[in-house]
Design a protein around this ligand. Structure first.
Ligand SMILES: Nc1ncnc2c1ncn2[C@@H]1O[C@H](COP(=O)(O)OP(=O)(O)O)[C@@H](O)[C@H]1O
Ligand SMILES: [Mg+2]
Length: 353
């Protein structure tokens, strides 16, 4: 019997289009394997789920585990699934929301659980957790839209005094560089904060880090492994949306050309980051490396990294000796393993008679 894998893609996110491309590559890979049947579940930008032209949903009731058909010819029927692969980047997909629904429905799924997804998506909580674990992150501070409205001068002064220029201003919860600016002076800083607050109610300000941009893929549950790292050479002043997706001039170098001891340290930090942030299955850890200064900083984690055939995550695994389709097989196995582990846990206290 083939395993039925429902691939969720699209979604209510600024990264909707990126998700379409990742999912196309993943579905093609899964279909090329004899063990799997793929159920493509497209999620519109408004958030409605569709399977082969019918609206479907997952209900938070484990008795109705699977894809429940809401319209079309088989209305009311249930399509059973073995594993769900949420190939969703950014909000309403990579941030714990879909993961929460799948936990309630008791369906195995690929990737981090609710907490790992949510914390990985929130740059403020992510940096706080890494810092608390003694992992290297750059200097930062954060405030809310409310704080900013109350005392803008105080926050401008704090950023200037604690971080200096240039600095980075980012919405706490977004991806693909959306809403992110590099500010070189006070005027730009004001504009950057106003811009970031269009996207989120909290912003993070970070000190500029002069370093090469290095990424590392992590795979596993209890014993996560790290790939060889890769390097990004952005075409713009920083790796902004344009440099990521539009101009096609950013370069990637896999594996990154770094001293062996630096590579070991990067892989170690990537695995530690994965563990501290309660990840499962997969994640891509992005770092900055300044070899001359002998320093490495963790920039961020992506719990559902870009996954086209030419994306960093699968490419770095390929360079480490793990081909695309084997990577997919392992991700499905890891989803099932994590599900079994969770199912075996007690959910209530059994009182002695
Ligand atoms: N503190 C920093 N110092 C230097 N460059 C940075 C810093 N923060 C972000 N950048 C640049 O901005 C890009 C996007 O920031 P990042 O935090 O990775 O956001 P996203 O989640 O949108 O990818 C990075 O890839 C890097 O080029
Ligand atoms: Mg990034």
């Amino acid at each position: 019997m083939k395993k039925k894998i429902a691939v969720l893609y699209g979604g209510r996110s600024g990264e909707h289009e990126v998700s379409l491309r990742s999912a196309a590559a993943i579905m093609e890979g899964l279909r090329s394997l004899p063990d799997f049947e793929v159920l493509p579940v497209f999620i519109t930008k408004e958030g409605s789920w569709q399977l082969n032209g019918s609206r479907v949903t997952v209900l938070p009731d484990p008795d109705l585990k699977g894809l429940y058909i809401l319209d079309g010819e088989r209305t009311g029927n249930l399509v059973t699934v073995d594993v769900i692969f949420p190939v969703l980047h950014g909000t309403y997909g990579e941030d714990g929301t879909v993961q929460g629904l799948l936990e309630l429905a008791r369906i195995p799924y690929v990737g981090a659980g609710v907490a790992g997804s949510a914390i990985g998506m929130d740059k403020i909580l992510m940096k706080a957790a890494l810092k608390a674990a003694g992992l290297p992150v750059g200097d930062y501070l954060w405030f809310t839209a409310f704080d900013w409205q109350q005392e803008p001068d105080k926050w401008l002064a704090a950023v200037k005094a604690e971080l200096g220029f240039p600095c980075f201003i980012k919405p706490a919860n977004l991806g693909s560089s959306v809403g992110i600016s590099k500010a070189y002076n006070e005027q730009q800083l004001r504009e950057a904060i106003e811009e970031a607050l269009l996207y989120d109610l909290r912003v993070i300000a970070e000190k500029f880090i002069a370093g090469r941009e290095i990424e590392c893929s992590v795979l596993g549950n209890d014993e996560p492994q790290a790939s060889l790292p890769g390097e990004i050479i952005p075409s713009n002043d920083f790796y902004d949306y344009q440099a990521k997706y539009l101009d096609g001039r950013s370069r990637i170098i896999i594996p990154a050309q770094l001293a062996p001891e630096i590579i070991d340290e990067i892989r170690h930090l990537a695995v530690e980051t994965f563990k501290v942030l309660a990840c499962a299955g997969l994640a891509r850890v992005d770092l900055f490396v300044n070899e001359a200064a002998g320093k490495i900083w963790i920039n961020e984690i992506n719990t559902m990294p870009g996954f086209t055939e030419i994306s960093m995550y699968p490419k770095m695994w390929e360079a480490t000796g793990l081909p695309f389709t084997e990577l997919l097989q392992q991700l499905i196995q890891l989803a099932e393993e994590r599900f079994r582990q969770k199912e075996a846990l007690k959910t209530s206290i059994e009182l002695e008679e």
